[in-house]
Every structure is written in structure tokens, then in C-alpha cells.
Design a protein around this ligand. Structure first.
Ligand SMILES: O=c1ccn([C@H]2C[C@H](O)[C@@H](COP(=O)(O)OP(=O)(O)OP(=O)(O)O)O2)c(=O)[nH]1
Length: 156
């Protein structure tokens, strides 16, 4: 079952009412980075390498950015703390899709705490203004989870 927003808003600090949707929470843009170099993904994580992130926008100090088609990494400005018996799934806002851009997102694990990062695929040129709401996250109850998230992205 998807949690109603009156439950999931408790997983965030400093939310604005505008972010509280019917069954999800809208997430704001924090920073935007370009990718530089080659990533490496393997089985054990021993050889895991993330490409260099070159920050090109920060909602704290910039008003807007005009993005050309390409792939960028967006770090959201909202910190979430997911309970041990829930998981989160983030989607692009439909407004973003209607402008010819989308997000690629993964599972938000039980026990995860932090500011998620998503890949933003800009297909049609796009202006993003500071703290734009670009994603919506929904939370579901998990049954019999195998522990909580303790990986390298926790508290980042
Ligand atoms: O699009 C997403 C989805 C999730 N997360 C956060 C929440 C999630 O709990 C955490 C780790 O995600 P995942 O388990 O997919 O990471 P991994 O690549 O398997 O890394 P690890 O080795 O730390 O498990 O990252 C994001 O930042 N972006």
C-alpha cells in the first residue's frame, strides 16, 4: 500500500505545504552537476568508481540554469529519513516529462537517510529555477525486509 502524504511528510524536515501531494512528497532541486570521466561498476564494489561531478548549479546561490540536452546529476535539497519498515520510489513530476525531460531513479531502501541523487535526462532545452520541484517520492510498507540501508550513500 502506498502511504498517504500525511504519513510520509513525517520522514522530512522543513517541508513546505506545496510539496505535500496526495500520496507523495515533491522533491526540490538542490545542486546540478555534469559528469566528467568514466564510471566503473562491478560485482563486489571493490572497483566501483563514480565519475567526477562538476557542479554547475546550486539552488542556495543561483537563480536559474539553462540546460542543453544531455544527462546531469541532480542532488535533491530535501533530506529524507525512511523508517525501517518502508521503502521509497521516486518519479519525475509529469510537468518535467511534458517539457521533454525525465529522471532516472532507483529504490530508496528501508533505513536510508540522506539527500538522494537522480540522473536528469534533458531532451528538449530546459530552464530550471532555484528549488524547482522536479520529482515526487512515494513510500510503501515493506514486509520482512533484510535489514536497513547502511551503504556509502547513507547520510550524504
Ligand atoms: O535514485 C535513487 C534511489 C536511491 N537513492 C538513495 C537511497 C538508497 O537507499 C541509496 C542506495 O541505493 P542503492 O541500494 O540502489 O545503492 P547501491 O548502488 O546498491 O549502493 P550500495 O552499495 O551502497 O548499496 O541511494 C538515490 O540517491 N537515488
Amino acid at each position: 500500500m502506498i502511504m498517504g502524504a500525511n504519513i510520509s511528510k513525517e520522514f522530512f524536515e522543513n517541508l513546505d505545504e506545496k510539496q505535500v501531494q496526495q500520496c507523495g512528497i515533491d522533491l526540490k532541486v538542490g545542486t546540478i552537476s555534469k559528469l566528467n570521466g568514466t564510471g566503473c561498476i562491478d560485482y563486489s564494489n571493490n572497483d566501483r568508481v563514480l565519475p567526477e561531478y562538476v557542479e554547475i548549479f546550486d539552488s542556495e546561490k543561483d537563480e536559474y540554469i539553462d540546460l542543453e540536452p544531455g544527462v546531469y546529476i541532480v542532488k535533491v535539497a530535501d533530506k529524507m529519513s525512511i523508517p525501517e519498515d518502508m521503502a521509497g520510489f521516486a518519479y519525475p513530476r509529469s510537468t518535467l516529462i511534458r517539457m521533454g525531460a525525465t529522471l532516472y531513479t532507483a529504490v530508496h531502501d528501508p533505513g536510508y537517510i540522506g539527500y538522494p541523487a537522480y540522473a536528469l535526462h534533458v531532451i528538449n532545452p530546459l530552464r530550471i529555477k532555484k528549488y524547482a520541484r522536479i520529482a515526487q517520492v512515494v513510500f510503501v510498507a515493506t514486509k520482512d525486509s533484510n535489514g536497513t540501508y547502511e551503504g556509502i550513500y547513507k547520510n550524504k
